[in-house]
Design a protein around this ligand. Structure first.
Ligand SMILES: Cc1cc2nc3c(=O)[nH]c(=O)nc-3n(C[C@H](O)[C@H](O)[C@H](O)COP(=O)(O)OP(=O)(O)OC[C@H]3O[C@@H](n4cnc5c(N)ncnc54)[C@H](O)[C@@H]3O)c2cc1C
Length: 438
């Protein structure tokens, strides 16, 4: 069997590992156009702040690759010729496949305002972007960040850590309003201010201006006419799955490449996984986009097994993300928000559409300081949770939400005013996990 994988991200590598666990002799070829190969994209945030060296971003060693026995081709796939089971690389060479995995990820939505192409306007998709940001941060003093979700915050904190004066612009009235509640947004914003970041609400950028001659950013103009001098503009206004390669292939598309629970497209020899895939969720009956490391890895694994002939279903668990928001460890599980965030178009990095699929739920929360827990309570089960600061209950809550624990014995108590919800959950967990033998 000849397997070809387009993309050297976590989903592509998980697929290689899965194929090799079933098929020890088949030929595997991986193709990527990223000059830095496979590295941790969430780790880019820590590389920007200086907490991680770029060498620490690589999860695999040369020895690990050797054991997997695959061929790596550096280059860009420019066309998929389904009827010939072939790919075109860099507009010239041709490569045939028997089973193909499309794992090309997603990329930043472009900023579409005058001046967006000037030198000094940056996004954070790749290690190359991060290296460019660090270079630019050395030569300037003031940065403007626009957008929402995790990446806008990572850009803000990274630039601040590199000594820049950072102005963070929000179109809406609070940070990440379709996932966090008001209290949680205010905690994040308060911490950013305390660090020295300047926040601007209801601020919309309409133009970036450049210095005459060298095409470098030197300022921005807001919708209300105000202007500000700056040396760098960073944006994170949402991402979109990389669909250019598949637009003319008649593969079924929606917001991403549509795949069934086997990660198979409408072509039985073509699979898709990770940020580019819109995967079927048997629990909700909907197909959703995630931009999360763990689902990308799990989808790649399941796609690889299916490509190698071991029929396996991807049972999408409630999305789970442990991240850091303004220095505060925050875990988001299941469905926690709804509506639209004015700072993000569609989905952001480290985000899941499932987080906003909130059915009717009652909110219980405790801790109105930095150690905060919010639970979304359904009829019999917990539907979602946000934990800020103290993370003691994050794994138990993940297990209870994904295992659809019947919380009827504590449901009423959780909903009483001033309920000690952390204690109730901790006590319930001891009993439930024993019964569930976790
Ligand atoms: C800054 C940042 C912060 C993040 N934070 C979090 C977080 O806190 N938590 C979390 O869970 N997730 C986070 N994520 C998201 C997570 O990293 C992604 O969901 C995950 O990496 C997706 O993996 P993937 O394999 O689908 O795609 P990717 O890792 O994007 O890999 C795609 C690969 O395809 C290659 N490629 C694309 N087009 C072509 C082509 N035509 N030809 C050849 N090669 C091609 C690319 O070069 C790349 O190698 C973050 C991502 C970023 C960038």
């Amino acid at each position: 069997m000849k397997y070809v994988i387009i993309g050297a991200g976590v989903s592509g590598f998980a697929a290689i590992e899965a194929i090799r666990s079933v098929d020890k002799v088949g030929e595997i070829i991986m193709i990527s156009d990223d000059p830095h190969g496979y590295y941790s994209r969430p780790g880019l945030a820590y590389y920007l702040t200086g907490e991680l060296h770029d060498k620490a971003l690589y999860p695999r060693t040369a020895g690990d690759y050797k054991k997997l026995n695959f061929k790596f081709l550096k280059g860009r796939v420019t066309r998929i010729m389904r009827s010939e089971h072939a790919l075109e690389m860099d507009g010239k060479s041709r490569l045939v496949y028997e089973k193909l995995l499309i794992a090309v990820g997603a990329r930043a939505m472009p900023l579409e305002i005058p001046g967006a192409k000037l030198d000094g306007v940056v996004k954070l998709d790749h290690l190359t972007d991060a290296k460019n940001i660090l270079k630019l941060a050395k030569r300037g003093k003031t940065a403007v960040v626009v957008g929402g979700g995790i990446t806008a915050l990572e850009l803000t904190e990274g630039l601040h850590a590199r000594g820049m004066n950072v102005h963070y612009l929000l179109r809406g009235d609070r940070y990440w309003s379709n996932v966090l509640d008001k209290h949680e947004s205010l905690v994040v914003e308060g911490r950013l201010r305390a660090e020295g970041v300047t926040l601007h609400h209801h601020a919309e950028l309409v133009e970036i201006s450049g210095r005459n001659g060298n095409g470098r950013v030197n300022g921005v103009r807001f919708l209300d006419g105000r202007t500000m001098k700056c040396d760098l503009v960073a944006y994170a206004i949402g991402i979109h799955p990389c669909l250019e390669l598949v637009r003319n292939t008649d593969l079924a598309l929606d917001r991403g490449i549509l795949v069934d629970e086997h990660l198979q497209t409408n072509d039985p020899d073509i699979f898709a996984a990770g940020d580019v895939a819109q995967a079927y969720d048997p629990l909700s009956g909907r197909s959703v986009l995630d931009s999360l490391w763990n689902p990308a890895r799990d989808q790649g694994h399941v796609a690889g097994l299916n490509m190698a002939g071991r029929k396996t279903a991807y049972l999408k668990p409630p999305p789970f993300n442990v991240t850091r928001l303004a220095g505060l460890t925050t875990t988001i599980i299941g469905a926690v928000g709804r509506g639209h965030d004015e700072d993000v178009i569609g989905i952001a990095r480290g985000d899941s559409e499932t987080w906003r699929g909130l059915p009717d739920a009652i909110v219980a929360q405790s801790g109105f300081d930095i150690n905060h827990m919010r639970l979304m309570i359904g009829e019999k089960t917990l539907i979602g949770a946000v934990l800020m600061g103290d993370q003691t209950l994050s794994r138990p809550l993940e297990k209870m939400i994904s295992g659809r624990a019947d919380i009827s014995p504590i449901r009423e108590k959780l909903m009483t005013p001033e309920a000690p919800i952390a204690n109730l959950i901790a006590d319930f967990w001891i009993v439930w996990s024993e019964q569930a033998a976790l």
